[in-house]
Design a binder for this molecule. Structure first.
Ligand SMILES: [Zn+2]
Length: 61
């Protein structure tokens, strides 16, 4: 079986990424385009994790 490729968007800047850079936050896995963006996420995970929820529901919780 070939290696699983995960299609995702960088949780910080939104560009298309594979699963090379990732981080877990509150039981969810987030993907990033670079180590730099992963560090940025880990500095303020509530900001970037929150953005994703906003885009799903259309409004802030
Ligand atoms: Zn990025």
């Amino acid at each position: 079986m070939p290696a699983t490729k995960i299609k995702a968007n960088c949780s910080v800047c939104g560009m298309n990424v594979d699963s090379k850079f990732k981080a877990d936050y509150k039981g969810q896995t987030y993907y990033f385009c670079s180590e730099n963006d992963r560090k940025e996420f880990q500095k303020r995970p509530q900001v970037y994790a929150g953005l994703e929820r906003v885009s799903k529901t259309g409004k802030a919780a």
